[in-house]
Write a protein that binds this ligand. Structure first.
Ligand code: SF4
Ligand code: SF4
Length: 223
């Protein structure tokens, strides 16, 4: 298994047993400025969840303005979203009284924590253990395989593979966009990647269509 570019993680085997007991100290939800990714599928699920709770803003864009912030991944303009933080200790905006207030719709990174999955470049994944906050490595042992089967869904897997394989081609197209059309390209990028989804329709088909639409639109903007 290859080393990950992520910090504070170590590779783990699928069969490995890890002692873990959460005392709900909330430490993993503090000092998380720019570090809890809200992926496209997370955004769709969160919007649906907030809508069902009657707390949905007027649109996915408005919800993102309220709870997330864009973080530039590459100078070509490729950006991701991360959850906003509040207070001097950069606490996740959704943590209240040491509890996550969006538990059923928390992002993938939080759901699989302390395990992390990364595409291995084929159709499979490498798995890692986050060792940054070690206080929970105590108590009963769980098997990495069982943990990921429970918290890393088939929809997550298909989305990540799609996202991973489309990222480089899209970044390469963004690099070629003339400066005069950059704003238009980034608006298309934002819509297709993050906001242009119907919550009553399944996510994956829409994401696939949006990626095709984005590719065509960026190609048209280059010429
Ligand atoms: S840091 Fe560990 S023990 Fe504390 S809330 Fe997070 S998972 Fe639980
Ligand atoms: S979404 Fe929930 S679990 Fe994730 S960092 Fe925020 S409060 Fe913690």
């Amino acid at each position: 298994m290859k080393e990950s570019l992520m910090k504070n993680v170590i590779p783990i085997a699928w069969n490995e047993r890890i002692p873990f007991e959460c005392c709900r100290c909330g430490a993993c939800c503090r000092h998380v400025k720019d570090s809890v990714p809200l992926e496209s599928l997370d955004i769709y699920r969160l919007a649906k969840y907030l809508k069902n709770r009657g707390e949905y803003s007027a649109s996915i864009s408005d919800m993102l303005s309220q709870y997330a912030q864009p973080v530039l991944l590459h100078e070509c303009g490729y950006f991701i979203y991360t959850l906003k933080t509040v207070g001097d200790d950069d606490t996740c905006i959704f943590l209240k009284n040491n509890l996550c207030t969006i538990q059923p719709a928390k992002p993938r990174a939080c759901r699989t924590y302390p395990l992390v999955a990364e595409p291995d470049g084929t159709s499979s994944f490498n798995y890692y253990l986050s060792i940054e906050k070690p206080r929970h490595f105590t108590g009963e042992k769980f098997k990495a395989r069982n943990w990921m089967r429970q918290y890393f869904t088939q929809e997550d897997r298909e989305f990540i593979q799609m996202d991973f394989s489309s990222a480089l081609p899209i970044a390469q197209l963004l690099k070629k966009i003339p400066a005069i059309r950059k704003t238009e390209a980034l608006l298309d990028f934002m819509a297709c990647k993050y906001t242009d989804f119907h919550l009553e329709q399944p996510f994956l088909e829409q994401y696939e269509q949006n990626n095709k639409r984005l590719t065509a639109s960026l190609k048209a903007l280059i010429h």
